[in-house]
Design a protein around this ligand. Sequence first.
Ligand code: HEM
Length: 208
Amino acid sequence: MTDTAHASASPLVDTPERYGIVSRDFHWMLAILIVYQLTTAALHAFAPDTPLERLLFSTHFSMGFTILTLGVLRVLWAASSYHHRPPHEGPPFERFSATVGQVVLYALLIAVPFLGFILLISLGHGLTVWGVTLIPEGGTPNEGLASLVGWVHVALGWTFASFIVAHIVIALVHHFGKRDPTLERMVVGRSDKPSDRPEGARPAGYLG
Ligand code: HEM
């Protein structure tokens, strides 16, 4: 895309100056659903068999499946706009760490619910999503697979939670500490704050 094409780009799509409506909606919708999902997991871990845990954890599978579906769409959307998204801010090491962190977050977004799904199937429970049976109960439970996958699901689930906390702290440091446009671009799209990324440091193939 040329500069003129970016200036006239639809508000739905990303440009190097801002995130479009689709990316922002995916981000905040998934943020809310994942916080809810981790709340159901925390109740399962720390307040098992309480009325609130039974109520909320009963939605863990359907919500997890919803997150998996939205997560796959989000990763596809991000990949399709890879060359015209806002660049990471800061010196090279920070930009490299931001890219690695983003890839890990996307990988966990897909891996954690996918493993939960395999766990449920290997227990022979089938899958019912918001009252609609997608895979009926049955089959011989594979307890060895279920305990391995269950362990990895739980371990990666809490790893995901710790990456999300780090992600929030880093976003706040960018906004209140470094006062750069990182957070504003994801909240309102555009930012008037100057970028601290040197012009010459844009990656090869970067079209901004
Ligand atoms: C982003 C989505 C998801 C996240 C972040 C997540 C996170 C977690 C976490 C952290 C736990 C551990 C709770 C504990 O310590 O006791 C857990 C437990 C569990 N999750 Fe998920 N989960 C997700 C999606 C799913 C999905 C899609 C399914 C199934 C369709 C699922 C099935 C389960 C089951 C059966 C347990 C209980 C495991 C056990 O008690 O050993 N999860 N989840």
